[in-house]
Design a protein around this ligand. Structure first.
Ligand code: 6GP
Length: 843
């Protein structure tokens, strides 16, 4: 509660009239103030990092007035709020994003220039917020950007890991993991809120209270400390909030030790409860099943749901004193979106708070819960589907286990009524599997939600026909598709400014917030000047990437060659190994026919493997060894170059994506839920070579099949082949080039110092149950690459297709995706209205 102040004095406390960065002089003044007053350095001793921080604080000043005004506005209008819950946010750097979205990049640029500093160099000093693994975490970040740009009252909730995704180093061709201490320097973007600590409870037991209620007792408490970061919308004066929770020991932690006088040990042990948010689990599409992870999931969920309820109680309609808060309207005021099953405990945490704390009846609580929560699934891979051992779950969260048991009984009752004779179906659909002794979090998420969606059309269809078939038959109305999208701000306007300018000179800047307008570029597909400009911009981006790689990694690549790129997490289903077999074949062809005229290619790989994923790590080593063999072979010259780039993440992607000629999207059909690097490369004028999987199918629909290189088994063919029996050896025996490539790996051609190094890879490729059917798609993949080569020889024809790809990328904006979520799931209304400038007074 705010202290009581006299009306007139109180009015002097206002953000009105605080100087903003309207011009260059203003920027310099504020910058100087921060360097001296916040950082406490002068120019004799300031480091580049101090200058980075000073400019970050300067930009932040401009942003916070809008941030405060946005909160005031959302309080006044009390529109329905959207809560995005995710264990991962792969945000990347904030500085340039904030400047662009606020429209102050020019004045900041110039001010720094006048002070003798270089904005681009300073930007590189920001450590990136890499609190995610891959697609799922980056999607959450793109969605926050779009929700703010569309004027939604939206909040991201996540965990503030001390250590995000590890830093990858490649040493002698092997991946090594190093901790990335992104908080070593204070992060200028986050604001801690120690006054809003939220208690989170674990362990203990449940007893029956006198009044017949369930009571959770003897639990231990850990506190969740919120850290807020700003999420600016594009040019609309909206600044939303990403709230990340950090674990803080409760002072009462280990009371027994304090009481026994072992003060030192008691204080020392406090730190162990703070381990909950120490580190991000580095797995993509894989569930490790560790108790610390379950603690993390509950930590996020409990702190966030408590916070959401508290905000509801403090909202305008509920502030009226001494009136019992009415939860009937809760689902009209709050939508909670679960980013995969990781925050699935929200279902039972909301139930617990409504029943045990707010005293609602079970039926009403369940109705409110379902109407509030919706669930997005991001994968069909069985190894990624979360199932917690019953004992572990019950011990850590006894009250939640009871509630799941109740929900399951209620759910199976409905199933039984619908299919009275079908015992097998009941067994398949149980949330708590007593035989396997597991709690199925996917099923809990479906049962506790009113909407369930996949992330591309094909994936959503497969959800309904495979892992969620029974649930689809029970509640067909819940199931939807929401094809993923990427934010055109970070993934074109900011990362590829020259292309953005070129597009704007042709069609104006409307595309920045309405990406479908890119289709107007089709009018220029035959415009020779435009074709040359597009070629020039691509070439300059390739040159820039080449220089960057030379400077930072001492890697030499030739910007005159084709940049053929596969950057994404290392996973067998993504089939980097298929790409590697192709590279070996290209190498062999050049060796066999050294006089043949071929195009120059630079084949770029990048991506992290989960530290415990042996096969993926061995594939990295193989790629690196092939790269070495190719580069040491004098016959090859500049026709082929293979590089594995270290530490792929958001910041490196921002440099690579604008320089891509060819985008490799080659997963086995049915396994990549959507993909999003495919969209980024398309938007930046890369052509796709890909299978009919995930969002590739929709990319093909949008751009037309003449403007994309598709190949390989369709999902249906994969299914039939599996049914009839996939026989890897057949393909191996019948394709001499394929056989040669595999034999070379087997015989140690790429690892003469240890010829058996890759024997496991060779063995698994030839097994009849090789899950990713690499050899089945090899031949068509090679042929597709020959079509690529043909087209690339004609620079003009190639560039025309680049233009058609950019023109067709409109669908893949995260703004389009968020509009669909808003309409079909959240029931909120996007707006392009701009909030008044902060100086105009309270909105
Ligand atoms: C990924 C999917 O593999 C990818 O295809 C999709 O584009 C991305 O999610 C965003 O929807 N899934 C994960 O990263 C994951 O961990 C549990 O799923």
């Amino acid at each position: 509660h705010a202290p009581a102040l006299k009306e007139n004095n109180y009015k002097q406390i206002s953000i009105r009239g605080i100087p903003l960065l309207e011009n260059v002089e203003e920027v310099k003044k504020v910058f100087n103030r921060h360097l001296h007053f916040t950082i406490v350095k002068d120019r004799d001793v300031a480091t580049d990092h101090d200058y980075y921080e000073s400019i970050a604080y300067t930009v932040r000043d401009h942003l916070v007035s809008r941030w405060i005004r946005t909160n005031q506005y959302h309080f006044e209008t009390d529109q329905k709020r959207v809560y995005y819950l995710s264990l991962e946010y792969h945000m990347g750097r904030a500085l340039s994003n904030c400047m662009i979205n606020l429209g102050i990049e020019n004045s900041v640029d110039e001010a720094l220039y006048e002070m003798g500093l270089n904005i681009e160099e300073l930007e590189e000093l920001e450590s990136e917020a890499a609190l995610g693994n891959g697609g799922l975490g980056r999607l959450a970040a793109c969605y926050l950007d779009s929700m703010a740009t569309l004027g939604l009252s939206a909040y991201g909730y996540g965990l503030r890991y001390d250590y995000g995704i590890f830093a990858q180093k490649i040493e002698d061709g092997y991946q090594k993991e190093y901790p990335e201490n992104w908080l070593r320097y204070a992060c200028p973007w986050e604001i801690s809120r120690p006054e809003f600590l939220v208690p989170v409870q674990y362990y203990g037991k449940v007893i029956d209270d006198k009044d017949g209620k369930k009571k959770w007792v003897e639990y231990i408490t850990v506190h969740a400390m919120p850290y807020d970061s700003p999420i600016p919308g594009y040019n609309n004066n909206v600044v939303n909030t990403l709230r990340l929770w950090s674990a803080k020991a409760s002072e009462k932690f280990n009371f027994a030790l304090f009481n026994s006088g072992d003060y030192i040990r008691a204080v020392a042990e406090q730190s162990s409860s703070e381990d909950i948010t120490r580190v991000l689990y580095p797995n993509d599409d894989f569930d490790e099943g560790k108790i610390l992870r379950l603690k993390q999931e509950y930590f996020l969920v409990s702190a966030s749901v408590q916070d959401i309820i508290a905000r509801y109680k403090r909202s305008k309609i509920n502030l009226k004193a001494d009136q019992q808060v009415d939860f009937t309207n809760f689902p009209d005021k709050a939508a909670i979106q679960l980013n995969d099953t990781h925050p699935a405990l929200s279902v039972v945490e909301l139930m617990r708070l409504l029943i045990d704390v707010e005293n609602l009846g079970w039926d009403q609580a369940f109705d409110i819960t379902k109407r509030t929560i919706a669930f997005t699934n991001h994968t069909l891979l069985p190894e990624a589907l979360e199932k917690w051992p019953i004992d572990m779950f019950q011990k850590l969260l006894p009250r939640h286990f009871q509630l799941i048991t109740d929900i399951n009984a209620h759910h199976l009752d409905i199933v039984q009524k619908k299919w009275p004779e079908d015992k097998e179906r009941m067994k398949r659909m149980t949330i708590i599997d007593d035989e396997a002794k597991k709690v199925n979090m996917g099923y809990l998420s479906v049962v506790g939600s009113h909407a369930v969606n996949g992330v591309a059309q094909m994936h959503s269809d497969l959800l309904k026909s495979t892992i969620m078939k029974d649930f689809y038959e029970l509640n067909p109305e819940k199931f939807q598709n929401k094809t993923n999208g990427i934010t055109p701000r970070r993934w074109l306007l900011i990362c590829n400014p020259d292309l953005a300018d070129l597009i704007t000179t042709k069609i104006g800047e409307g595309w920045i917030t309405d990406l479908a307008q890119l289709k107007q570029l089709r009018d220029y597909v035959d415009d020779e000047q435009f074709i040359r400009d597009i070629q020039r911009v691509k070439f300059e981006n390739k040159e820039r990437l080449s220089k960057f790689l030379k400077k930072n990694f001492n890697v030499n690549i030739n910007p005159n060659s084709m940049f053929d790129v596969q950057v994404k997490r290392l996973h067998e289903y993504k089939r980097q190994l298929l790409n590697c077999l192709r590279v070996i074949t290209v190498y062999n062809r050049i060796k066999a026919n050294p006089d043949k005229d071929v195009i120059q290619r630079t084949i770029i790989f990048g991506g992290k493997a989960a530290p415990g994923y042996k096969t993926a790590k061995l594939i990295i080593k193989l790629i690196c060894n092939v790269a070495r063999t190719v580069s040491e072979d004098p016959v090859i010259g500049d026709r082929l170059r293979v590089v594995f780039l270290e530490n792929y993440g958001v910041s490196l992607a921002e440099k690579i994506i604008p320089a891509v000629d060819l985008s490799e999207q080659i997963s086995l059909a049915g396994l990549e839920a959507s993909g999003t690097s495919n969209m980024k490369m398309m938007l930046n004028g890369g052509l796709t070579i890909g299978t009919m999987d995930g969002a590739n199918v929709e990319i093909c629909e949008e751009v037309g099949k003449d403007n994309i290189f598709t190949f390989g088994l369709t999902y249906k063919e994969v299914d039939e082949l599996r049914e009839k029996g996939y026989n890897a050896k057949d393909y191996y025996e019948h394709n001499a080039e394929l056989k040669q490539a595999i034999e070379q790996i087997r015989d140690g051609v790429f690892s003469p110092e240890d010829p058996n190094l890759f024997s496991d890879i060779v063995k698994s490729l030839l097994e009849s149950d090789e899950k990713f059917m690499l050899l089945a798609d090899y031949e068509e993949y090679m042929k597709a690459h020959e079509r690529v080569e043909q087209l690339y020889k004609d620079g003009t024809e190639w560039t025309k297709k680049c233009i058609l790809n950019i023109a067709a990328a409109g669908k893949f904006s995260s703004d389009r995706a968020i509009r669909e979520y808003a309409k079909d799931i959240w029931n909120v209304t996007p707006t392009d209205k701009k909030l008044p400038s902060p100086d105009a007074g309270r909105p």
